[in-house]
Design a protein around this ligand. Structure first.
Ligand code: BTN
Length: 322
């Protein structure tokens, strides 16, 4: 990682200078650079100038993140795992749960098998974005978790707004949006008995910076904060902002459920009043989105009345007007 720390200023550094700073040969520098390239780090290599990060970024740093965490949040988190690479931060915490550990946070610089809802891949290149998961035990069982992913969306939106992303919105059930483009998402995986306590892994992905090549590999319209701000994101500060809001939300949710944030969710709803189509196992239904009920189900106005659509494996799309 040291070599990337020398490049985060976005300037060119010669192989010789990098080697001298690290006490290694130019050949060893070149070898390390090809490892980073294989990991998806985009580097410019120019004769007589050296190496430069195509998009300078701030590496995640536990001490810097912790310096922005609220004391109450630090107290609630029983562990903080920061991985350079993992299959998925959700997988890391599922393994920890099997070992009996909960109330943990896992962040990663890169995921090799990041996953989204409905079995989709979550594109997770090194150093560009936010990939984080929380494990949490809920005493009230599965039934109480129906609105959890919507509530977590509200928490992440709060963090993004206080960072200056004023136009962030939510798309039912759990997408973070800027206008019609997807900025991030929430994936919750639950373990436990129907009635008794259960453990949830709450995975969050937010696009801080995606290269044109990564964007092109995603089959929907996406946006990253870099495109929005035109500047590199202070990743440690924003990561801490997300962690603060999510941990506070999780403890609030345990007590009050989705009801405590339902009106905020409605204000962030980007599809309210729009004609949408809902794809379920049984087929496609079209109607007008009228927000959500107190449990987090989507309210869909159809010819016969108002449907309450529970989350499950469904997806929502805008219907384009002709
Ligand atoms: C979605 O919108 O489909 C949900 C995306 C969730 C992605 C995050 S990134 C951190 C965590 N680890 C994963 O493998 N997925 C979630």
């Amino acid at each position: 990682m040291a070599i990337l720390n020398l490049l985060v200023d976005g300037q060119f550094h010669s192989g010789e200078a990098l080697g001298a700073s690290l006490g290694i040969s130019r050949a060893a520098v070149s070898k390390q650079m090809s490892v980073w390239r294989d990991l998806g780090v985009e580097l410019d290599v120019v004769r007589n100038k050296g190496y430069r990060l195509r998009q300078p970024f701030e590496l995640l740093d536990e001490t810097r993140i912790r310096s922005h965490l609220k004391p109450s949040v630090q107290a609630m988190l029983q562990g903080f795992i920061l991985k350079q690479e993992t299959t998925s931060t959700n997988d890391e915490l599922l393994r920890q749960l099997k070992a009996g550990c909960s109330h943990l946070l896992c962040l990663a610089e890169r995921q090799t098998a990041g996953r989204g809802r409905r079995g989709r891949e979550w594109v997770s290149p090194y150093g560009c974005n936010f990939y984080g998961s929380f494990s949490w035990t809920f005493e009230r069982g599965f039934g109480a978790l129906e609105g959890l992913s919507l509530a977590v969306g509200v928490a992440v939106a709060r963090a993004l707004k206080s960072y200056g992303v004023e136009h962030v919105g939510l798309k039912w059930p759990n997408d973070l949006m800027i206008g019609p483009r997807k900025l991030g998402g929430v994936l919750i995986e639950v373990q436990g008995e129907g009635g008794g306590p259960c453990d949830a892994i709450i995975g969050i992905g937010v696009n801080f910076w995606l290269s044109p090549a990564h964007e092109a590999g995603i089959d929907k319209e996406v946006v990253s904060l870099y495109r929005y701000f035109g500047d590199a994101v202070r990743r440690n500060e924003l990561a801490a902002g997300i962690i603060n809001e999510v941990v506070l939300l999780l403890s609030e949710y345990e007590a009050d459920g989705f009801a405590s944030v339902v009106s905020e969710w409605r204000q962030l709803d980007v599809y309210r009043g729009q004609r949408v189509s809902i794809t379920q196992h049984q087929g496609v239904i079209e109607g007008v989105a009228e927000g959500v009920d107190e449990s987090g189900a989507l309210l869909l106005r159809v010819d016969d009345g108002l449907l309450h659509i529970a989350m499950g494996e469904v997806s929502l799309r805008a219907v384009s007007h002709v």
